[in-house]
Design a protein around this ligand. Structure first.
Ligand SMILES: Cc1ncc(C[n+]2csc(CCO)c2C)c(N)n1
Length: 222
């Protein structure tokens, strides 16, 4: 049986559910999350996005084909030209200025996660790097869908975090997530059991680092 992305999720089911259904996510959905926790998360996420852009640049360097190179370039361009600007405007709405963002120190959870992804890509090939990025690429889409299926989730003006959920449930984001799953499914179909084992380690580590990122937001840790 060829491997698929679903098999990565199943290989670390408990960690994956702990990430998707984290208290930070639940509180964001039912509008009980402390604004300070969300603001801390938003600030660190700005730094996260910058490192994530570097990971796309590394994906370009690690691309064996022109099609992979274009894919990496589009990801880098989307973050640098669109998503970081959107994030800066969204932070402004939450009372965080661009000046403040520019001077932030990186929290340990941000350092650990982003440098883990970059190191995994440096040591390995393009598939290792994509697997390290996949909890980020796929997880946030799953989180939006999970929140929408939950009775406690409040949507609309009654939830100050509604725009966050709306961003990740959008067709644009859900299409990008499906494209990433298809990319991974195509490559995973050809890997051996021992290679798949290595990839599950990477997927599990990146998922655990996503959990730490939520924890950092909740606790305000630096
Ligand atoms: C800690 C953390 N993990 C995942 C995301 C989601 N995310 C960041 S970049 C990107 C894809 C490229 O556009 C996605 C889905 C986040 N914002 N912060």
């Amino acid at each position: 049986m060829p491997y698929q992305f679903k098999d990565l999720e199943n290989s670390c089911h408990n960690e994956w559910r702990a990430y998707i259904e984290h208290s930070f996510v639940k509180q964001l959905g039912d509008a009980t999350l402390a604004p300070e926790a969300f603001q801390h998360y938003l600030k660190q996420d700005y730094l996260f996005l910058i490192q994530f852009a570097r990971a796309y640049a590394l994906a370009a360097y690690k691309s064996p084909t022109l099609s992979d190179l274009r894919h990496a370039k589009e990801g880098l361009q989307a973050i640098v030209d669109v998503e970081l600007d959107l994030h800066i405007s969204y932070c402004k709405e939450w009372g965080i200025s661009e000046q403040e963002l520019a001077n932030l120190p990186e929290a340990r959870a941000t350092l650990a996660y982003t440098r883990y992804v970059l190191d995994t890509g440096n040591r390995g090939d393009l598939l290792d790097l994509h697997v390290a990025l996949s909890p980020c690429m796929v997880g946030y889409g799953e989180i939006a869908n999970w929140l929408n299926g939950r009775p406690d989730t409040i949507r609309g003006d009654g939830n100050p975090y509604d725009a966050w959920i709306a961003m990740y449930e959008s067709d644009e984001f859900q299409d990008a997530m499906q494209a990433e799953i298809r990319w991974l499914d195509e490559r995973l179909a050809d890997v051996s059991p021992s290679r798949f084992e290595q990839l599950t380690r990477i997927f599990s580590d990146a998922t655990r680092l996503e959990i730490d990122f939520w924890e950092m937001g909740l606790k305000g840790s630096d």
